[in-house]
Design a binder for this molecule. Structure first.
Ligand code: SF4
Length: 103
């Protein structure tokens, strides 16, 4: 049986564990690695200036994740989610060959 003294010691620890778990959930997801298989297949680069223009003829100057239809981040954020890379973030100034003009 848990004594009152033990209970008083356990409760703050449980609270701290819950709070740290919440903090971990609130943390930003990791950035997409350009070398990931899907990123490489789509020609994703964290800086649109480095897009492979020879391989991806659809690239045009001015295109970047921040003005892509699929970008789900805030306009003024450095990075945000993209449904093509679930659980990760793309750079706002990044680019991939699936870029589509934001409506
Ligand atoms: Fe960026 Fe759009 Fe490609 Fe997603 S689909 S990585 S937002 S260019």
């Amino acid at each position: 049986m848990t004594s009152r003294r033990q209970f008083i010691r356990i409760v703050p620890l449980a609270g701290a564990a819950l709070l740290s778990g919440r903090a971990a959930l609130a943390a930003d997801p990791p950035m997409v690695d350009e070398k990931d298989a899907q990123a490489a297949a789509l020609g994703y680069v964290a800086d649109a200036a480095r897009a492979d223009k020879a391989k991806f003829k659809n690239f045009a100057a001015g295109q970047h994740c921040g003005n892509c239809q699929l970008f789900q981040g805030k306009a003024d954020a450095a990075a945000g989610p993209c449904p093509l890379f679930a659980g990760k973030q793309v750079a706002t100034k990044g680019w991939c060959s699936a870029w589509a003009k934001k409506a």
